[in-house]
Write a protein that binds this ligand. Sequence first.
Ligand code: HAM
Length: 440
Amino acid sequence: MAQFQSLPGFREFYPDALARRNHVFRGWRRAAHAYGFSEYDAPVLEPLDLYRAKSGDEIEAQLFSFTDKGGREVALRPEMTPTVCRLVGEKANALKRPIKWFSIGEFYRYERMQKGRGRCFFQLNADIFGEPGIEAETELIALLVECLRGFGLGAEDFYVRLSDRNLWFYYLETLGLDEARIGGILGAVDRYEKLGDDAFKDYATQFGPLDDGLKAKVLAFLGIKTLASLEATLSDITTEKLQARLGDWRRLLANLADMGLADFVSVDLGVVRGLAYYTGFVFEAFDRKGDLRALAGGGRYDTLVGKLGYNEMPAVGFGMGDMTFALLLEQRGLLPAVGPATEVYVVIGGAAERSAAFADIAGLRSAGYRVDYPLKEIAFGKQFKAAAESGAKLALIYGGDELAKGVVKLRDLTDRSEHEVPRAAVVEAVRDYFTSGRSA
Ligand code: HAM
């Protein structure tokens, strides 16, 4: 039994797993670049205060935090949002707006482990700063869809649930609730899907039991799933801000429909998001079957940059994790087979042939081919076995007879055919092999 095991919830990536992870990251990067986002990075260890009272109670309770040797209270980052706000806040005047940034990094939360949730995970974060209007939400929801669709998933596999903390706030205000009570109700709405009626317990403890009529209204609002029923519910409430907000909804949904994304986005007031800083539209992506936890979540957070001590700056963004996403790709058979690490295997006769082989291996590698060879001198037979196991399609044979003639033998490992080429033309011969389709 091994002495040292990795910590619970921490992941190790053997080469096949890392190849799959890289495949996901490549797709996310491709999508983010296509949408005009620039990549940034930031520290994994941050001052604890960055998260205290900024991210919300749930994340604060899950922090990996400690005091460092200099007596500073620090935490491994549980999310990117406060950090990226600092980056933007620090250089706000120098940055051209809208600021469209993304990053891919590892995050740490001391969570109860379950399917699709670990204590360390990767997230794509994409955020737009400096745009107060729904144009930023349009762009981010479209990017979120692209990050899933780019892997072959369709509207039958996943969807984005769109909601709005502002609308909730305005609606609950018209029902006569003050700010503290509204906060309590939104907390209950956030937990309602998981806990049912128990979700209202915290509210009852704080403010007394929720009046039955009010509760019915909250539950009806939470169940709204179309723009039409939203409009119908709010039709007799004529406050200006509520009606203006409905206008934002119509424009956002129309933008998304114009982008061909109507099938991917559902109105769903049941989502309010648990994180403390959201101030407007919020959204979460889920698999259609409902087997898995959220694939991604985000929303508008116009006050967080200001709360960190900088000038206020409107912001919208989302985070998408790698774990539920990998489960979904696996369920749908969309994780690619891992390709071999080697394309060309060089078989070397003996010590006398090594120097010629080494020179050509260097040339082939700098031409961009993935080349391997036996580190130690071993019998020809074993080398061919290693060549076959490496997954290479082509073997180059550097035997004494060949080198005496100034040639190298190319063996196609897929059909075992062989031919000789002049040593001086070996790179061209390999290129010809891989571009002529003979390797297919
Ligand atoms: P979040 O909803 O906490 O939002 O996380 C976003 C996504 O990260 C989740 O939907 C999930 O895919 C993944 N995730 C979160 N926790 C775990 C975990 N313990 N194990 C595996 N995956 C996990 C945020 O983090 C916000 N900061 C997103 C954001 C960016 N909002 C604005 N900009």
